[in-house]
Design a protein around this ligand. Structure first.
Ligand SMILES: NC(=O)c1ccc[n+]([C@@H]2O[C@H](COP(=O)([O-])OP(=O)(O)OC[C@H]3O[C@@H](n4cnc5c(N)ncnc54)[C@H](O)[C@@H]3O)[C@@H](O)[C@H]2O)c1
Length: 441
């Protein structure tokens, strides 16, 4: 029986997409949206654009497209702005990133060249391998936060957008553990005023967004918005947040395969993963500090999915290694190898080898689009917005944010079910349990 649907404000007017970091992922996303708007390409990989959702019983045959089922912003309504420490406009940055072909970029050059990055909030110690000149100056980190807020308000005024979303697509910052300054909002704001060294640039962007009521998604593994102080601000202002680290490439494969091994109770002795990639992201990750942030994000996935504490005979003490090698000739076309040493009936060993020739930003761009549209949806739905963390968006992340007393859900299939059931819940539709006994009465 259908329940009452939850109030969602209609998406009237245009939606501003604010992006710190206009590199490979951001430009592939922006150029892609424009190419799709001009019917030069299709939005493969995007759940909001191509996905469907089953409603009611299988016999009812009701399976609308997600975008027809919930009120999402239209692609035509998206308008972009961003920050970067390099001055290249979006066309130049996309050419340098080398993901999309020049022949496609040239067809949207007029649009892309108009998008010029604003000066970034940047601190060398957080991204050691980059040196750019398009950087804001300010006496304190609080000054810098105010400059970002001015940028946002100026963009809103000059474009007339009715709503905004911010999504971090900038480089991975060096490894940082939450410390005293991150524990509550008062300490954090004091730290901004006193230039506390533990406040990373990404946190300053997130603070500026949340202060202005702008939802924030974190596409990198940095702590950023995943600290008590910024969760407090999100709750206080009723702003949706989510993160961390887009789930693409090798980790996507892990969260597809590991649930299958566990479902069949096949054991694991070890999982060795190595990558070669040659884009700027790879260059940044060549620094041990930035790599450590990424490594933590990549390593936790298997532990959570396989639950060694529940299945010690199958998974206790399995060996898990992840390597990332910066290898410039490959550019954005990463190659990821996995070797899995598994065992089955009576302990007999077997192996699985995966060689994934993927394109990082091609996998990431549709995630950026979905996150932008879903975060905007959450902001227009007061019941969702006031919860702060949007755990139903775990589907998109390597290290999903969740309430402090929970463990994150990593299994891609549970994540998808959670996402779709959340949409059903918002629209007052029955949740799908897959019980199905009634068909046999
Ligand atoms: N491509 C993927 O599949 C994928 C998957 C998961 C996570 N990520 C993460 O997404 C982020 C972007 O990846 P990418 O391939 O586009 O990298 P990229 O190096 O091409 O782009 C990042 C951009 O951020 C800029 N930048 C760095 N610090 C900044 C700051 N403080 N303010 C503004 N700009 C800043 C850099 O100058 C660069 O242009 C990285 O953190 C990466 O780890 C990417």
């Amino acid at each position: 029986m259908a329940k009452k649907s939850i109030q969602i404000v209609e998406p009237k007017g245009r939606l501003g997409v604010l992006i710190p970091g206009m590199g490979a992922v951001a430009t592939t996303f922006i150029a892609g949206v424009e190419a799709i708007r001009r019917q030069l390409g299709r939005p493969f990989g995007s759940l909001t654009q191509m996905g469907t959702i089953r409603l009611g019983k299988r016999t009812e045959k009701r399976t609308p497209r997600i975008k027809d089922f919930i009120p999402l912003a239209e692609l035509d309504d998206l308008i972009f702005a961003g920050w970067d420490l390099f001055r290249d406009n979006c066309y130049e940055a996309a050419l340098k990133a080398g993901v999309l072909e020049r022949s496609l970029l040239d067809q949207v050059k007029d649009f892309l060249s108009q998008i010029r990055p604003l000066p970034a909030v940047f601190e060398q110690k957080y991204v050691k391998n980059l040196h750019g000149e398009n950087v804001k100056k300010g006496k304190t980190k609080m000054d810098l936060a105010h400059q970002l807020m001015d940028d946002i308000q100026q963009f809103k005024k000059s474009t007339g957008v009715s709503r905004l979303v911010m999504i971090w697509c900038a480089s991975t910052e060096t490894f940082l553990k939450a410390g005293a300054v991150h524990q509550n909002l008062a300490a954090f704001e004091k730290g901004l005023r006193s230039n506390n060294p533990d406040i990373a640039p990404s946190m300053i962007y997130a603070y500026a967004a949340l202060k202005l009521g702008v939802p924030f998604a974190n596409g990198a593994p940095n702590l950023t918005v995943d600290i008590p102080a910024l969760r407090e601000l999100a709750l206080r202002n009723g702003v949706p947040i989510c993160g961390k680290d887009f789930k693409t490439g090798q980790t996507l494969m892990k969260t597809i395969i590991a649930p299958g091994l566990k479902a069949r109770l096949l054991g694991l002795h070890g999982w060795f993963s190595t990558n070669i990639l040659g884009n700027r992201d790879g260059e940044v990750l060549d620094d041990p500090g930035s790599f450590r942030t990424k490594e933590e994000s990549k390593l936790s996935v298997l532990e959570y999915i396989l639950q060694p504490e529940l299945y010690p005979e199958l998974y206790k003490g399995f060996c898990h290694k992840v390597r990332i090698n910066y290898y410039p000739p490959r550019g954005d076309n990463k190659e990821g190898w996995d070797n899995l040493d598994i065992f089955g009936w009576l302990g007999y060993p077997m192996q699985i080898k995966i060689d994934f020739l993927c394109r990082d930003s091609i996998l990431a761009a549709p995630l950026v689009l979905d996150l932008v549209l879903f975060l905007d949806l959450a902001q227009r739905c007061p019941v969702m917005a006031r919860k702060g963390i949007q755990e139903w968006l775990s589907f998109y992340f390597k290290s999903p944010m969740c309430a402090p007393n929970l463990y994150p859900e990593h299994d891609l299939f549970i994540q998808l079910m959670k996402l779709k059931n959340t949409l059903r819940h918002l629209r007052g539709q029955e949740l799908i349990t897959h019980l199905g006994l009634e068909y046999y009465d």
